[in-house]
Design a protein around this ligand. Structure first.
Ligand code: SAM
Ligand code: ASE
Length: 346
């Protein structure tokens, strides 16, 4: 029930409508390099000094910096009636481009690609399908042809995918004891962000990343650079090429991309390639059984509608999918962070 105070002043609704103003403010500050300039400077800087370094207007920069203070992404200190700005610890760690835990590429993917798709959310709900045609003029039937419509787009997507595993990869990989599995395939393993976490936790294992040839080539060039000798690559198409035998298959954010039919096809194929006693680890966000939350999973499911042919699922829905393909002893572990882990055994 709403209180009469709320009915009189719809505080939450008014806050929600400003959600995209908040995101866009943070994205613009990242894109322009505000956090990088402040990180590089030893001293707090005035809006005019930041503007001079960024080559932006003083007028605009002044308002952006002030809004970032409101968002608690920057701190301001007054000296002789002028504000001097500095990063908070959080901004230095997560919003500068060069930090090892940087979310800069994620912000750019949200600000450019996702933002454009979400403009057509009502249309996506009317049509029940992704909006690449309306958002980017792409009529491809294959979602990854649309996602990888240029080399730049592919690199941004891969960086975006990579960045989250520096933050919640360990939790996903340690949700179950996976030390019994020595040959591991990460299907659709992309840049190898999760594979890196895997080999650092399980020193006896080797991980092979299977992905599309152009993704593998980009991963080798920009992401996995020589030192990680327990990570290798396999160029292939998990729908149309044979899937090699392994003790453990990992699929992170794969099942949520595809229709029920394609998921079953893929899972049946993996079951056949899985060694007896082997396992399949799915890494996905989970919806509550009654779909009442969490809000992040509900919003990500809408994102899967505007961007893919898939959706987010409940633990029961994942268990049913795995069971139907032959997997048994299905266990689900919530990590408390965005991504959770589901393990099935053969
Ligand atoms: N597992 C990674 C992660 O969670 O960070 C990437 C997930 S991304 C949403 C889906 C991945 O599946 C991409 O790397 C994409 O290139 C790959 N992929 C899509 N279709 C594929 C196919 N037919 N064969 C192999 N890989 C595919
Ligand atoms: C996919 C995952 C994502 C395909 C497209 C995607 C993500 C963004 N775009 O498998 C990451 C998950 N985040 C959200 C908001 O859904």
């Amino acid at each position: 029930m709403n209180s009469s105070e709320e009915l009189d002043y719809p505080k939450q609704i008014l806050e929600y409508k400003d959600g995209f103003l908040v995101s866009k403010t943070m994205f613009a500050a990242c894109e322009l390099g505000v956090f990088d300039v402040l990180h590089e400077s030893e001293l707090a800087l005035s809006a005019a000094a930041v503007a001079a370094r960024l080559g932006t207007s003083v007028n605009g920069t002044d308002r952006l910096l002030s809004a970032c203070v409101g968002l608690k992404l920057l701190k301001a200190e007054m000296k002789n009636e002028e504000a001097f700005y500095a990063n908070t610890d959080l901004s230095s760690i997560y919003l500068t481009k060069s930090s090892p835990r940087s979310l800069y590429h994620m912000m750019m993917y949200y600000s450019h690609t996702m933002y454009k798709c979400w403009q057509f959310l009502p249309e996506a709900i009317r049509d029940g399908k992704n909006q690449y045609e309306r958002a980017f003029g792409i009529s491809s039937k294959e979602i990854f042809d649309a996602l990888y419509r240029s080399e730049d787009e592919m690199a941004t997507f891969m960086h975006h995918m990579d960045s989250i595993w520096n933050i919640c990869g360990k939790d996903v990989i340690t949700a179950f004891d996976l030390s019994v599995f020595s040959t591991v395939y990460d299907l659709g393993g992309c840049s190898g962000g999760l594979a890196k976490q895997f080999v650092s936790v399980y020193p006896e294992s080797t991980v092979t990343i299977l992905d599309m040839p152009k993704v593998v080539q980009t991963a080798k060039k920009h992401f996995i650079t020589g030192e990680e000798h327990r990570i290798s690559f396999h160029e292939g198409d998990f729908f149309n090429d044979p899937i090699p035998q392994a003790d453990l298959f990992i699929m992170a954010r794969i099942i949520h991309d595809w229709t029920e039919d394609k998921c079953s096809q893929l899972l049946n194929k993996i079951y056949k390639s899985c060694k007896p006693g082997g396992g399949l680890l799915l890494v996905e966000v989970l919806l509550n059984e009654d779909k009442s939350g969490p809000l992040t999973s509900q919003l990500y499911s809408l994102n899967m509608l505007v961007q893919t042919e898939g959706k987010e699922r409940t633990r029961t829905e994942y268990s049913k999918l795995l069971t139907a393909s032959g997997f048994k002893d299905i266990q689900v572990k919530a990590t408390g962070k965005i991504y959770d882990a589901i393990l099935g055994r053969k």
